[in-house]
Design a protein around this ligand. Structure first.
Ligand SMILES: Nc1nc2c(c(=O)[nH]1)N[C@@H](CN(C=O)c1ccc(C(=O)N[C@@H](CCC(=O)O)C(=O)O)cc1)CN2
Length: 283
């Protein structure tokens, strides 16, 4: 078997094209969606992701600003800024680029963002709404993964999904979204004994370990769907958590790195910003 590649870059481009119309409709109603991105410090990768968010916003007609703060910014100053943005009716979406400097308590900052403007979908209220299956702003990478699976009409209901990784921004929420779609979900992590024993039973394997080429064909069941969330820089080039050439021999579908999940993260951020500007439904 040679896996079909799910090209996230192309899908994200298609979605952005559709979002242009949604933004126009909002503008006709007198609402210009606005996204405020806060970047603290000078991490080059974070700078590049933030620039990508601005560029993608411009493309679909979402107004956006990047607020750059020095690495030594205090948590108090950051919380004041968030408070101002929360109160500003012209601002629909707020996010603070991760990772934040170590002296800032990430969870305090996330919880300071008005949940209705939390376009990263990280606020405990939005996480709780997601867990109870309510309409809400979803974490962008997990939302992008589900959108990629659906774009290929891949069945999720009744399938065994195995998630390697338990971070708050990817592992935990992607498992929850798969469960919401009626998959049977297994979480694996650094303390899992005999990882392969679990991954070889996966119909859908989500790999978010943060280690280059941690997963190869030996971990994969024939015909599985393999989603690689990793972004690792090795010898100056970008590679995923999955050894693509090896895994592709077994997988029915597989995402590459680059041009896989990454671009979908930004596309889903735009979707969330439009949703925030429309106002959330209350079901
Ligand atoms: N506040 C947030 N911080 C972070 C998030 C997030 O969702 N919210 N996710 C990641 C970084 N990230 C977005 O912020 C992100 C990562 C990767 C990509 C992407 O398109 N990657 C490209 C390759 C880009 C490159 O050459 O470096 C790809 O995979 O094709 C977009 C967004 C952590 N922080």
């Amino acid at each position: 078997m040679t896996g079909t590649i799910i090209n996230g870059k192309e899908l994200a481009q298609e979605l952005r094209q559709n979002m242009k119309g949604e933004v126009l409709q909002l503008k006709e109603r007198g609402v210009t969606p606005h996204l405020s991105v806060i970047l603290i410090g000078d991490n080059p990768a974070s700078k590049s992701y933030v620039n990508g968010k601005k560029k993608a916003s411009d493309e679909v007609g979402i107004s956006s600003e990047v607020i750059e703060l020095p690495a030594e910014t205090t948590e108090e100053k950051l919380l004041h800024l968030i408070d101002d943005l929360n109160k500003n009716h012209a601002v629909h979406g707020i996010l603070v680029q991760l990772p934040m400097p170590e002296h800032i308590r990430e969870q305090q900052v996330i919880e300071a963002i008005d949940p209705s403007k939390d376009v990263d979908g990280f606020h405990p209220i939005n996480i709780g709404r997601m867990m109870t299956g309510k309409d809400t702003l979803l974490p962008c990478t997990p939302f992008g993964i589900i959108t990629m699976l659906k774009s290929k009409n891949i069945d999720i209901a009744g399938k065994h999904a195995v998630v390697i990784g338990r971070s708050n921004i990817v592992g935990k929420p992607v498992g929850q979204l798969l469960l919401n779609e009626n998959a049977t979900v297994t979480y694996c992590h650094s303390k899992t004994a005999d990882l392969k024993e679990h991954t070889k039973k996966a119909d859908i394997l989500i790999v978010a370990v943060g280690k280059a080429h941690a997963v190869n064909e030996d971990f994969i069941k024939d015909g599985a769907v393999v989603i690689d969330v990793g972004i690792n820089r090795v010898d100056g080039s970008l590679t995923g958590d999955v050894d693509f050439d090896s895994a592709k021999k077994k997988a029915a579908y597989i995402t590459p790195v680059p041009r896989g999940v990454g671009p979908m993260t930004i596309a889903m951020l735009l979707k969330n910003t439009i949703k925030a500007a429309e106002g959330l439904s209350d079901n």
